[in-house]
Ligand binder design. Sequence first.
Ligand code: PEP
Ligand code: MN
Length: 354
Amino acid sequence: MTMEIEQLKLNGIEGKRPIVIAGPCSAESREQVMSTATQLAAKGVRIFRAGIWKPRTKPGGFEGVGVAGLPWMKEVKQATGMLLATEVATPYHVFEAIKAGIDILWIGARTAANPFAMQELADSLKGTDIPVLVKNPVNPDLELWIGGIERLYRAGVKRLGVIHRGFSSYEKKLYRNLPLWHIPIELKRRYPNLTIFCDPSHIGGKRELVAPIAQQAMDLNFDGLIVESHCDPDNALSDAAQQITPEVLDFTLSMLVVRDNPQTTENITVLRKKIDEIDETLLTILAKRMGISREIGVYKKEHNMPILQSGRYSDILENRAKQGESLGLSASFVQEIMKSIHEESVKVQMDIMK
Ligand code: PEP
Ligand code: MN
């Protein structure tokens, strides 16, 4: 199905990059919510986030204060005028959040991975006009992410945006959730008007990664950032390691370089033309190479030879990597390309053997 997704309108806040949503991972107490919110508002933040219901990996942890936290959110709006955002995972959450005057809903990564849950949420949102932000599913599956968005769209939810919060992996390395940037980039290619946020807190999992990840998101032309900020991060009841104070958030935002020059200058046009020409040459050469692979395939068939000959493939990978390096290309990049060319050659030759 084709979706006509429009740029998300958020009471005029949407004009300038980045649109900032900030607030604690979880609403913990009235004092913590009010203290964080007033500090954020004083720094110019206009959308306040707080988790009311928390999806935790294991039971027994802090699972959010539930509806008891909604009056605190209302108080934030009265005191600061900020828009309010919270996570919903069930129709009950949707009902309670809307009743309490929450302005923006987001759907978490675990929920976004579950089509049943997404459908239930979509059904419960029918007839409302509330903006909904869909986080990427925990697993790197673009079609599943789009499927969830489509369920909402079909239910009439037209004020849509997305959040890239990284993807879960078994091995925890530098990041808590791997930022596979090409996935949100492909999403944006398909839906150019889709408003797209980055969540550097859940990608990085550590305070010191918030700034560099936020900068990368700006460089990749993301529209907004959703950042976890807490008045006392060390004592946060959830995600303590990744939360930053409103003060640090303000400093981080002030350091961001937002390159917003939309001009296509003459120089760039000339360079792009060159790239277009080089790509055409590359493709012509690639087609020529495939033609030769095909010839070799015919020869192998006629002489009863197997497609794969041990040694040849490793030699190619090794030699090309060296040749590439002498031309200033990284060995891993060249090997990646050679692997994919080789895979296609094998396919072509297998077709010939049929
Ligand atoms: C959150 O934003 O606090 C949250 C639980 O995020 P995610 O769904 O990305 O894990
Ligand atoms: Mn969190």
